[in-house]
Design a protein around this ligand. Structure first.
Ligand SMILES: Nc1ncnc2c1ncn2[C@@H]1O[C@H](COP(=O)(O)OP(=O)(O)OP(=O)(O)O)[C@@H](O)[C@H]1O
Ligand SMILES: [Mg+2]
Length: 114
């Protein structure tokens, strides 16, 4: 099993969720997040006057889904297609191995609980 964590721009959330539904993932978790990348954050205008300042954080959404190994490429490509504008700050996808998964209600484990 693989855990796929997609960090995307906040306004791409619904597009990514729709793409994951089409991939028929078993479930997903959404975390509204704030982030900092190596790139510059957007410039914001102050409440008064014309002074501009750099936002402290990027507004991002983190979408987590755990899938069976054979689905990883499909899911990663679907997220990239859904979330990409081709410009800076589009986000990142991190994939990690999942050692085991348990369903709390049935106390079952393994691929078939996803
Ligand atoms: N190494 C990292 N580890 C964890 N989260 C990261 C990492 N790099 C980026 N992120 C997350 O992804 C968000 C977007 O980062 P991304 O790298 O796409 O853009 P950026 O650094 O702002 O600009 P650029 O596209 O020029 O790199 C960040 O705000 C942060 O939340
Ligand atoms: Mg970056």
């Amino acid at each position: 099993m693989k855990k796929i964590e997609a960090i995307v721009q906040e306004n791409m959330l619904s597009s990514v969720v729709n793409a994951l539904k089409i991939c028929e993932v078993g479930g997903l978790t959404i975390i509204q997040s704030q982030g900092i990348g190596a790139g510059a954050r957007p410039m914001l205008r102050g409440a008064r006057g014309t002074a501009k300042f750099q936002a402290a954080y990027n507004k991002i959404s983190t979408i987590i889904t755990v899938v069976e190994d054979s689905k990883m490429d499909t899911v990663v490509n679907a997220i990239m297609n859904a979330a990409s504008t081709g410009t800076t700050g589009d986000g990142k996808i991190f994939v990690t191995n999942v050692q085991e998964a348990f369903d709390i209600a049935t106390k079952q484990s393994g691929n078939n609980i996803l």
